[in-house]
Design a protein around this ligand. Structure first.
Ligand code: GSH
Length: 217
């Protein structure tokens, strides 16, 4: 398996999954960085694999698979012993409900902040989109904080899951959006603990990322 990822991007979620699978089974994977800020996702070579020009992309036996939720579902079904999603049908559905909310609501809210130019042409309209999305993103991080307060020690209990990796990504992105992680103390403490968990630490080291992204705006 080969993962194409952008350092610090949402592709961190399956990246952590692949590290957890390696830890559980010894199965190795390849990881290829795609420099999003340099537009490498729009190269002809990359678009041939993923016409959407987005990361993550997982290539399995030469075949491309896109979309975080689909990739992670595949990884979990391929290697259930890594415990990245619950085995119990109802618990899995509950986990997928939170996963879907993260992917289809929280993630695009940040896209409206970080890439507001995708959603409006004029500067004033972009500033308005950004301001509105910042408020929504803050509310969403607070909702994740309420989940983190119950983490034991992970969001789904005693096993690291894709949800934890996504939660870490969002707090880092919050820092870039001017949200001080210290204003979300339970969330910050939980992510601090996560960063020390071996598969998470390994993915962070490969991507060359750290938790300290906060820039006052
Ligand atoms: N719905 C997609 C979203 C993927 C996505 O938004 N990827 C971003 C990075 S977090 C990206 O590749 N952006 C590059 C660009 O917009 O040019 C998924 O779940 O995989």
């Amino acid at each position: 398996m080969k993962l194409y990822y952008g350092p610090g991007a949402c592709s961190f979620v399956p990246h952590v999954g692949l590290e957890a699978i390696r830890a559980a089974t010894g199965e190795a994977f390849e990881a290829q960085a795609v420099k999003l800020h340099k537009g490498e996702q729009h190269s002809a070579e990359y678009l041939a694999l993923n016409p959407l020009g987005l990361v993550p992309l997982l290539v399995v036996d030469g075949k491309p698979l896109t979309q975080i939720v689909a990739i992670c579902d595949y990884l979990d079904r391929r290697c259930p012993q890594a415990g990245l999603l619950p085995a119990d049908t109802w618990q899995r559905a509950q986990a997928m409900s939170t996963f879907a909310w993260m992917n289809n609501t929280v993630h695009p809210t940040f896209t409206h902040i970080f890439r507001s130019g995708k959603f409006a042409d004029g500067e004033a309209a972009q500033a308005e989109i950004k301001r509105t999305a910042q408020g929504a993103f803050r509310d969403q991080l607070e909702r994740i904080q309420s989940m983190a307060e119950k983490a034991a020690p992970f969001l789904l209990g005693d096993t690291l899951s894709f949800l934890d990796a996504y939660a870490l990504v969002f707090l880092r992105w919050g820092g870039l959006a001017g949200i001080d992680p210290a204003s979300l103390p339970a969330y910050q403490a939980y992510v601090g603990r996560l960063a020390a968990v071996a598969p998470v630490a390994a993915a962070m080291a490969r991507e060359g990322i750290h938790l300290d992204t906060y820039r006052k705006q």
